[in-house]
Design a protein around this ligand. Structure first.
Ligand code: CP3
Length: 346
């Protein structure tokens, strides 16, 4: 089995496959009892990310159980701020926390230790490539500078990332330096993942949707463009998926402006618009994760609609955002069976 026969990679190269390949964002996670068991053993969430034995195990769990077409490295976008010494921790029931950064802190940020701090994650990638079935595409990932910066500024998640938006208006220079630094260390990190055996990488801009038009161009498009250019200057063949959640009509030019091969679509993107975007290249998405919680007809109907509207072009079937802890694992079995038989059978 050569890399060329890995289905998600084939679609990233522009092919249309029927049925489309499928994987789910956050496919390794709390909805799986086997994940919860390993998570308990690990102690802290970051220990899980930095212990290759356990990170390999939880990455493989959903592949063993369901046979997804792609495995996504188990880690988190916040390992970058952790490597930048922001004291990241994941507290039960509170989500991620870290020391909030200000303009002075940004001026003092030192990118030097990032690569050595993330060595265990890179080791996880190489081990995954040898342990995964040959036909499974291995995806690496990182957060987009804007999304990572929103957590670094606030020190935690917020409903609308107001602290980062405010900071960007007040201190545009410091904010610009933060985004440039994140773009540069993240590009290096993606190159290391590709060199360790990732077939493709995804850039998560989960908070792109809170930006106004001008800010989207400056804070979502520009840094991702800079990252992709930096990766491609070194690895011209790199395959890259960019997921700008909530970007709506701004997605029209996002692929071309950033240079991404494929764009991820959240569930609010209308399928008629998604079909337009697909004329320019592969798309990934966009089932509402709540349909996986609901199961039954809502799940089937959502799948069929996507296959009907996007199945005749380059599509990687996925959710419009991560699977949630409430999802019933049996509903994921239902999803895969339905996608793989091409939706409603006549
Ligand atoms: O997709 C996968 O299976 C790979 C692993 C992965 C995780 N996080 C594991 C995780 C990936 C790709 C991410 C990306 C990530 N992390 C994003 C971008 C995508 C998105 O969901 O918007 C963001 C914004 C984060 C930051 C983050 N990590 C938050 C806000 C949280 C807390 C919310 C929550 O679900 O608990 C995390 C923790 C986290 N990352 C968990 C997992 C499995 C749950 C923590 C646990 O098991 O205790």
């Amino acid at each position: 089995m050569t890399a060329l026969e890995r289905k998600v990679l084939q679609v990233l190269n522009g092919e249309t496959l029927s049925p489309p390949p499928v994987w789910l964002m956050r496919q390794a996670g709390r909805y799986l009892p086997e994940y919860r068991a390993t998570r308990r053993q690990a102690g802290s969430f970051l220990d899980l990310c930095y212990t290759p034995d356990m990170a390999v195990e939880v990455t493989l769990q959903p592949i063993r159980r369901y046979g997804f077409d792609a495995a996504i490295l188990f880690s988190d976008i916040l390992v970058i701020p952790d490597a930048l010494r922001r004291n990241v921790r994941f507290e039960e029931g509170h989500g991620p926390r870290m020391d909030p950064i200000d303009a002075e802190g940004i001026a003092r940020l030192d990118p030097l230790p990032v690569s050595s701090h993330l060595k265990p994650v890179i080791e996880t990638v190489s081990r995954l490539r040898t342990e995964l079935p040959g036909e499974t595409t291995l995806l690496g990932f990182c957060g987009a500078p804007w999304t990572v910066a929103t957590y670094m500024i606030a020190g935690h998640g917020t409903p609308d990332q107001a602290p980062a938006r405010l900071f960007a208006y007040r201190y545009p220079q410091a904010f610009g330096r933060l985004l440039d630094l994140l773009a540069d260390v993240s590009a290096d990190y993606l190159v290391e993942q590709l060199d360790a055996g990732a077939d493709a990488v995804q850039i998560f801009d989960s908070w792109a949707g809170v930006l106004g038009e001008e800010e989207f161009a400056r804070y979502a498009v520009e840094p991702v463009k800079r990252m992709i250019a930096s990766v491609r200057a070194r690895r011209p063949q790199a395959r890259i998926i960019a997921f700008a959640k909530g970007a709506g009509v701004l997605l029209k030019t996002y692929r071309q402006q950033t240079g991404a091969d494929a764009i991820g679509l959240d569930w609010s993107v209308p399928l008629s618009f998604a079909a337009e975007l697909q004329k320019d290249g592969p798309v990934q998405g966009n089932l509402d994760p709540m349909r996986v919680v609901a199961g039954g007809n809502s799940l089937d109907e959502g799948i069929d609609r996507i296959l009907d509207r996007l199945g005749n072009g380059p599509l990687i079937f996925n959710l419009g955002h991560g699977i949630t802890p409430q999802a019933d694992p049996a509903h994921v079995t239902q999803l895969l069976a339905r996608v793989r038989r091409g939706g409603e059978t006549s």
